[in-house]
Design a protein around this ligand. Sequence first.
Ligand code: SME
Length: 171
Amino acid sequence: MRGVGNYSTFFRKAPTIGPRHNASIEALRTVMDPKRVPAAVLDFVAGHLRDTFPHYTWVGVYRLDGDTLSLAAWKGAQATEHTRIPIGQGICGLAARTRETVVVPDVSTDTRYVACFPSTRSEIVVPLLADDRVYGEIDIDSDAPDAFTPQDRQFLEVVADDLARYMKARG
Ligand code: SME
């Protein structure tokens, strides 16, 4: 099994996004080693994203378990009561069903949105997709309106691709 030290063959070539984003991708890749247990890896990913990007107010990683998303790791000021989300519900369910990133610039105007925190103004959900299978998703809430730029989306799609490869390798 390939792991730390040989990850250039395990992950796809990352595009140049920006110094902070590319440094983050490198840091996260060193931790997404299939020899490491998911609890530690997913905790690190959530914590790193929350701590590195101030507009990522709350970061969660959900795993897809049958037809239900289950919260596996999170970092933010408060816990969410939405630890299990059926794929028929919310922005999280939508991203899992469509296998596409969903960006909500203003959560107050999106009827599909399921509220977690009163302070949230915008949200991005990026599915973890490998070989046509959805392993879960990264869900980020921001207290800033319209917080997620095309650069954020590009960056998070690389992180999600990396994480899906890791989860696939873990079996
Ligand atoms: N807002 C999400 C629910 C999860 S919380 O943001 C943690 C949704 O609409 O699916």
